[in-house]
Design a protein around this ligand. Structure first.
Ligand code: GTP
Length: 300
C-alpha cells in the first residue's frame, strides 16, 4: 500500500445488534464469505463475541457480533446485555438488524430505548426482504423511522446477498481514515478455541433440536499439534442436568458421534488441518447462574 492509498484507507468497528434470529450471523457470514459465526434455527445461540474482518481495497471493517440484546433473565443474560452495551459506546457504527417478516415488538423497543442513550451512528438493516412483498416493506420500515433517527436505512437479504454493497457503502461513509488492523487473509481474531467451541456448540444444538434449548456450554480443554500438523482437540460439552447428558450422548453414543463428526469436518475446513476430536459430555448443575463459572469460560 502506498502513502497515498493509506490516506484514503478507512477502517473501523461495527457492532451488529438485533433481536435473536433476525439474521445477524447470516449477514456477517455473507459479508465475509466464510463460516465464522455460529448459525442455528434457534434464537440466542450467539453467546460469544465473534469478530469478522472484511478487508476491501480501500477499507477494513471489523464486525463485532454482539450477543442478542434482550432483557436479562439470568446471569448469563445480564453478562450478554452488559457486554453488548459497553461495546456500543466504543464502536464507529452500530448496525441494527431487524426482520422484515416480523412486526416491530418489545425486543426492538428495548433495543431502540438503549440506542437512544448512545451517540454512535446507527444504520438500520431491514433483513429478509426476499420474504416480503415490496408493497408491505415501506410501512414496516416507517414504524422504525418515525420513532428513531437512523444514519441510513438499507433493506437487505443476507441470504440472497441483496443490497449488501449498499450496506457496505453506508458503513464506509461513517468510518474515518485508518490503517489495516489485520492482514487481508485474516477473517477472525478469535482464538482458535473459541471458534472450535462455537462450532461444536452449533452441532450439538442442531443435533438435539428442541430438547436442550440453551443449556449447552462447550469448553475446549486442550489443543495440541501433533506430527504433520494434525490437531488433537479435547472438548467437553457441559449440560445442566443428568437427563440432558443422555440426550446429547444418544442411544449407544450415536448422537455424540454424529455431533463430533460434523464438528470435526467444519473445524478441518476452517483450519485446514486434520483434526482428532476427543469429545466428552459432563453435567454442571445450573451453570447459567454462577458467576465464577462464567469467568472460567472467559465471560469477564
Ligand atoms: N429468508 C431469509 N432468511 C434469512 C435471512 N437471513 C437470515 N435468515 C434465516 O434466519 C434464521 C436466523 O439467522 P441467524 O443468522 O442465525 O440469526 P441471528 O440474528 O444471528 O440469531 P442469533 O445468533 O440467535 O442472535 C436462519 O434460519 C437464517 O437462515 C434472509 O435474508 N432471508
Amino acid at each position: 500500500m502506498t502513502t497515498n492509498d493509506l490516506q484514503k484507507h478507512v477502517s473501523g468497528f461495527v457492532a451488529v445488534i438485533g433481536r435473536p434470529n433476525v439474521g445477524k450471523s447470516t449477514l456477517i457470514n455473507s459479508l465475509i464469505g466464510q463460516k465464522i459465526a455460529i448459525m442455528s434455527d434457534k434464537p440466542q445461540t450467539t453467546r460469544n463475541k465473534i469478530m469478522g474482518v472484511l478487508t476491501l481495497d480501500d477499507a477494513q471493517i471489523l464486525f463485532i457480533d454482539t450477543p442478542g440484546i434482550h432483557k436479562p433473565k439470568h446471569k448469563l443474560g445480564e453478562y450478554m446485555v452488559r457486554a453488548a452495551e459497553n461495546t456500543l459506546h466504543e464502536v464507529d457504527v452500530i448496525l441494527f438488524v431487524v426482520d422484515a417478516t416480523a412486526k416491530m415488538g418489545p425486543g426492538e423497543e428495548y433495543i431502540l430505548d438503549n440506542l437512544s442513550k448512545i451517540r454512535t451512528p446507527v444504520i438500520l438493516a431491514v433483513n429478509k426482504i426476499d420474504q416480503v412483498p415490496k408493497i408491505s416493506l415501506l410501512p414496516s420500515i416507517e414504524k422504525y423511522t418515525t420513532c428513531c433517527e437512523f444514519a441510513a436505512v438499507v433493506p437487505i437479504s443476507a441470504l440472497d446477498h441483496t443490497n449488501l454493497d449498499r450496506l457496505i457503502a453506508e458503513i464506509k461513509a461513517h468510518l474515518t481514515p485508518g490503517p489495516q488492523y489485520y492482514p487481508p487473509d485474516m477473517v477472525t481474531d478469535q482464538p482458535e478455541r473459541l471458534v472450535i467451541s462455537e462450532l461444536i456448540r452449533e452441532k450439538a444444538l442442531h443435533a438435539t433440536r428442541e430438547e436442550i434449548p440453551h443449556a449447552i456450554l462447550v469448553d475446549i480443554e486442550e489443543i495440541k499439534t501433533r506430527v504433520n500438523d494434525d490437531l488433537y482437540v479435547r472438548a467437553v460439552i457441559y449440560v445442566e442436568r443428568e437427563s440432558q447428558k443422555g440426550i446429547v450422548i444418544g442411544e449407544g453414543g450415536k448422537l455424540l458421534k454424529q455431533i463430533g463428526q460434523a464438528a470435526r469436518k467444519d473445524i478441518e475446513n476452517l483450519l485446514g488441518n486434520k483434526v482428532f476430536l476427543d469429545l466428552w459430555v459432563k453435567v454442571k448443575k445450573d451453570w447459567r447462574n454462577r458467576e465464577n463459572i462464567l469467568k472460567t469460560f472467559g465471560f469477564e
